[in-house]
Design a protein around this ligand. Structure first.
Ligand SMILES: Cc1ncc(COP(=O)(O)O)c(C=O)c1O
Length: 358
């Protein structure tokens, strides 16, 4: 029963088939191949416009290389205080950008808002030499806490950021889940809302290791080829990245995979919250379920073979507290989550309460 993370399953069969097809024959290296070109064309179709695309194997590479193109070494990158770029990418942003600093904005209920951003900007200082002035805003879609920014929410944040001269980056490690959940188009959730560049994640949703840095705004990408090469992220067998994305994007496969993950999470959320003392910390909008649950239930589920993480209680929205014998848990579903595992987890949870209450 695997609910630890959506990077724990392997790859979808269609993606693997495409890799096997791409394995045949000889082709040019370093992204100058038919598979990379097909992936670029597929991304232009998905985003309904011309885009500049750079493929890399990890989300950290995508985020840190993209951000390095947006800011100068003495600037800050504003983000949520739980953002992956801030808490889970070591000092990758600083390394790739030559020193730019991610700065977390706290508060709110799982997402940044224009109000939170405005109040941070009002306190950010104005001395470009002595202070660390922001040069970019980085948002995660799906958000750090499993919520989905609507096109309107993204537009509000991006407009404010642009008015202050900031570029807008989206960490789209779970962008597929956001598109599938919101019903909005990929274009509405990105460039039409003012996003300048996105790290589009495919690894968590059916690929083995493939992420696309997608530039929407002209004039921002010129340093990326050099940065990617010197960081060691330009694969000589670039077709391996291209082929994964071709298989992933073909015929809406990426959204089918994400829809499956989202529906598994919705069902888990619905059923878990029928149990005594189990409640959602915030709504389940994509493929992550954040529940507050008795500590003993978490132990019983683990004893039954379920994997999931205890989550940082500081992430709880203002006013929501954990009881003495409660934990905040994160359960993540994926394209590979099975009905059998989901039902096994729910059965173990129900059995725990039967034992407890007789
Ligand atoms: C929000 C977010 N961004 C980016 C990543 C990608 O990171 P990695 O470098 O592990 O592929 C992850 C993976 O956990 C993530 O959750």
């Amino acid at each position: 029963m695997h609910f630890g993370s959506d990077n724990q399953p392997g790859a979808s069969a269609r993606v693997l088939d495409m890799l096997v097809a791409a394995n045949l024959g000889h082709t040019h290296g370093y992204g100058d191949d038919e598979w990379t070109a097909r992936a670029e064309a597929a991304l232009a179709e998905v985003f309904e416009r011309e885009v500049e695309v750079f493929l890399v194997p990890t989300g950290t590479a995508a985020n840190t290389l993209a951000l390095a193109c947006l800011v100068r070494p003495w600037q800050a990158i504003l983000c949520h205080d739980q953002a992956h770029i801030l808490v889970d990418e070591s000092t990758g942003v600083e390394l790739q950008s030559g020193g730019a600093r991610p700065v977390g904005i706290s508060g709110g209920a799982g997402k940044l808002t224009p109000e939170l951003l405005a109040s941070h900007l009002a306190r950010a200082g104005s001395d470009a030499t002595h202070n660390v002035l922001p040069g970019a805003l980085s948002l995660s879609e799906v958000s750090e806490l499993g919520l989905v920014y609507s096109p309107q929410e993204l537009t509000g944040l991006a407009d404010l950021a642009h008015r202050h001269g900031l570029k807008v980056h989206v960490d789209g490690a779970r962008f597929a889940n956001a598109v599938a959940a919101s019903g909005a188009s990929a274009a509405d959730l990105s460039w039409r809302a003012g996003v300048d560049v996105m790290s589009l994640g495919a690894t968590k949703n059916g690929c083995l290791a493939a992420e696309a840095i997608v530039f929407f705004t002209k004039g921002l990408a010129h340093e990326l080829p050099f940065r990617r090469k010197r960081a060691g992220h330009l694969l000589s067998k670039g077709r391996l990245l291209g082929a994964q994305l071709v298989g992933w994007l073909q015929e809406g496969h990426w959204l089918d995979l994400a829809r499956h993950a989202n529906s598994q999470a919705a069902l888990l959320a619905r059923e878990l919250t029928t149990l005594p003392g189990v409640r959602l910390a915030w709504p389940c909008e994509a493929n992550e379920v954040f529940v507050i649950a008795p500590t003993a239930l978490a132990a019983a589920l683990r004893a039954a073979g379920a994997t999931f993480y205890d989550w940082y209680r500081g992430a709880l929205p203002p006013g929501v507290e954990l009881g003495e014998h409660e934990l905040l848990l994160r359960l993540v579903t994926s394209f590979a989550s099975s009905d059998a595992h989901r039902d096994e987890l729910l059965a173990a949870a129900r059995a725990f309460f039967h034992r407890r209450h007789g």
